[in-house]
Write a protein that binds this ligand. Sequence first.
Ligand SMILES: Cc1cc2nc3c(=O)[nH]c(=O)nc-3n(C[C@H](O)[C@H](O)[C@H](O)COP(=O)(O)OP(=O)(O)OC[C@H]3O[C@@H](n4cnc5c(N)ncnc54)[C@H](O)[C@@H]3O)c2cc1C
Length: 187
Amino acid sequence: MRSRLVPEFGLRQLANHSIGWWLQTEDLPDRKNRVRVVGDKLYLDYTPNNTEAHDRLIYRWTDVLKAVDRSAENPVFRRGLYPRSDTSIQVVANQCGTCCFGEDPKTSVLDLNCRTHDLDNLYVIDGSFFPSNSGVSPALTIIANALRIGDRLIERFFCSRRFCSPVHSIDDRLIHRLQNFSPTSPT
Ligand SMILES: Cc1cc2nc3c(=O)[nH]c(=O)nc-3n(C[C@H](O)[C@H](O)[C@H](O)COP(=O)(O)OP(=O)(O)OC[C@H]3O[C@@H](n4cnc5c(N)ncnc54)[C@H](O)[C@@H]3O)c2cc1C
């Protein structure tokens, strides 16, 4: 942290007495928000949307922090500062929706089981299926969806009524794993 206006000692004091909060909200679908490859260069096009919801979350959380500060016994701690800043365009991590799923082939690439509308035996099972950004970090949803589609693939390609026992639902399997989880057991 460097600044021409505040000496480094002051900045260090500030940092040592600060708490950073990361607030994340949903970016709504926008076909113009995308990654493009032109020649050997990557371009990221991004125009923020849904900013009112984001602002409201920040104001609400700031009110909570102010209420906490006001309840401090020592009056010194009742005067907090609540600056806000947005991440730069370089900080991107949760891109999604490049092959979004849906019922209508005109508006989606994949059907609800993540099979392409156009090709019978092509499935896409990663973060691209999201029809909208989740507003929370997506990895667990990507994993849960992959397990769900795995069940569909087993049912479709490996199960015949005579030879296959019923496939447990994703809920059953997750509950089973959680019940048998111990920090020392191999994953
Ligand atoms: C810095 C950072 C921090 C993040 N933090 C979090 C977090 O805290 N929580 C959270 O939920 N999410 C987080 N995410 C987002 C999360 O990591 C991604 O959304 C998720 O990993 C996407 O999963 P995916 O399977 O779609 O793609 P990926 O995980 O990117 O997997 C794609 C795979 O395909 C491989 N591949 C690519 N091209 C080819 C090819 N031509 N041939 C063969 N293989 C290929 C790649 O090597 C890669 O292994 C973070 C992302 C970043 C970048």
